[in-house]
Design a protein around this ligand. Structure first.
Ligand SMILES: [Cu+2]
Length: 460
């Protein structure tokens, strides 16, 4: 090779390098870009080249090994497509109709991804936008199905029965106990004629009322069914340890994780999912209460109820019929469209009946899942005889309280004797929230004592 030929080769190589840099805008591989939102559905594709043909190949799941696989999503889904470079050439992936496009990647095993929301049913093309690549075969379809409107009436109830509060510990000694929790993602009736795709513990909102004694050694088994789309976890506020358990229970679909903790302090504590975005997992229904009773148990009462308050941040306002979907913007701006006791607007007015008789004592275990709104808990027409403020069972209770403040991730016990018949309304005294679904009924039957209350005849 002459010096002139060598110089020419170097010049060509330099030109190629400059051209390559100019053609690759922004990030060109490495780690996938972080996303603040949790996608509803994720697909992974690999690029492949055979002769002059190029295509996408499905990686994992139902599409594994398929050339330019058809991808499926539901209206409203946030969809993420991760793309792995299998052939070394520069590629990207775009959905032109949705104005969604990934960055360009180049080099074998480099990656890129695209995140987009499909709001309407229909068929959309995905393709590589580099010149000639779509024509060489790099294109496929995304099918966005219609919502299953016919399924709505048959959807099973999701509201936790407030009378299911477990067994009091009584006088028993500390012992080892086990709680099995499953993270169930399923649709449920949020409001009249409206459904929502809930994420739950054990298929109800709130999750089960867990009851233990101080000194118990508690093992939690957290299972995430194979059908789930998301990773979940659990953080118990009754736990002393990393993340309240959340650090060791990030459980992917199809897996189970366990931990054991000592119930060091009596009290009424919230548990909740703590997988990012945590506020989304909580607002979708992933919270509950665990009662750690003191030695000897709580004093007996005639009626116990389990009630939790939460918020739903939906794309449409209350009154929308059909399926509601999450609005991440409203969630981040803390502008809920629904407030609920026990997960649905009718949970404590239509679905479940809370009853007591005149002369009985009532205890309500009340917690706020939230994730954001503080509750000003109040029962219209009653006075709380005792409030175990902030769920503390080692402080003396407050007495004769009208309204009590309960923080998100906090709880309280209220006790009162019911003295007069009627329908008493449980509310948050931030009363605009009644219009968004936040109300429950306590039905009190029995004789009316006019020394306590009587109406006067209408005047003249
Ligand atoms: Cu979760």
């Amino acid at each position: 090779m002459t010096a002139r030929q060598r110089n020419l080769l170097i010049a060509v190589a330099l030109l190629a390098a400059v051209l390559a840099l100019a053609l690759l805008p922004g990030q060109t591989g490495g780690n996938l870009p972080p996303t603040s939102e949790d996608p509803d559905v994720t697909f992974t594709l690999r690029t492949d080249m055979a002769g002059s043909r190029m295509h996408f190949v499905g990686e994992g799941g139902d599409i594994d090994g398929q050339v330019n696989p058809s991808l499926s999503a539901q209206p409203g889904d946030l969809v993420r497509i991760d793309l792995i470079n299998g052939d070394g050439a520069a590629h990207d992936i775009a959905i032109p109709d949705l104005d969604a496009r990934s960055k360009v990647m180049a080099g074998k095993q480099s990656t890129t991804s695209v995140l987009f929301r499909v709001s309407q049913s229909g068929e959309y093309d995905y393709l590589c936008t580099l010149p000639g690549h779509a024509a060489a075969g790099m294109q496929g379809k995304i099918h966005v199905g219609a919502p299953t409107a016919a399924a709505a009436p048959a959807i099973a109830e999701i509201a936790h029965d407030p009378t299911r509060v477990g067994e009091p510990v009584g006088a028993r000694a500390p012992r080892a106990i086990t709680f099995d929790l499953a993270t169930i993602e399923r649709p449920g009736p949020l409001d009249s004629g409206t459904t929502y795709h809930y994420w739950t513990f054990n298929s109800t909102v709130p999750g089960p009322f867990l009851r233990a004694r101080v000194g118990d050694t508690i093992t939690v088994n957290l299972s995430n069914p194979r059908e789930s789309r998301h990773t979940h976890s659990v953080d118990f506020h009754a736990v002393t340890g990393p993340g309240g358990g959340a650090e060791v229970t990030q459980v992917a679909p199809g897996e189970t994780r366990s931990f054991t903790f000592s119930a060091l302090k009596p009290g009424l504590y919230v548990y909740h999912c703590a997988t990012p975005m945590v506020a989304q997992h909580i607002s979708s229904g992933m919270y509950g209460l665990i009662l750690v009773e003191p030695e000897g148990g709580l004093s007996p009462v005639d009626r116990e109820f389990y009630v939790m308050q939460g918020e739903f941040y939906t794309a449409s306002a209350r009154g929308h019929r059909g399926e509601q979907i999450l609005s991440p913007e409203k969630l981040l701006n803390e502008r809920p469209e629904y407030f609920t006791f026990n997960g649905t607007t009718g949970a404590l007015t239509e679905t479940h009946r809370m009853e007591a008789s005149v002369g009985e004592t009532v205890r309500i275990y009340f917690g706020v899942g939230g994730p954001n709104a503080t509750s000003s808990f109040h029962v219209i027409g009653e006075i709380f005889d005792r409030v175990y403020d902030q769920g503390s069972l080692t402080s003396p209770p407050l007495t004769d309280v009208q309204t009590t403040t309960v923080a998100p991730g906090g709880a309280t016990l209220v006790e009162f004797e019911v003295d007069y018949p009627g329908r008493y309304m449980l509310v948050d005294h931030a009363l605009s929230r009644v219009e968004k679904g936040l109300v429950g009924f306590l039905h009190v039957s029995g004789g009316a004592d006019p020394a306590i209350f009587k109406s006067q005849p209408a005047g003249g």
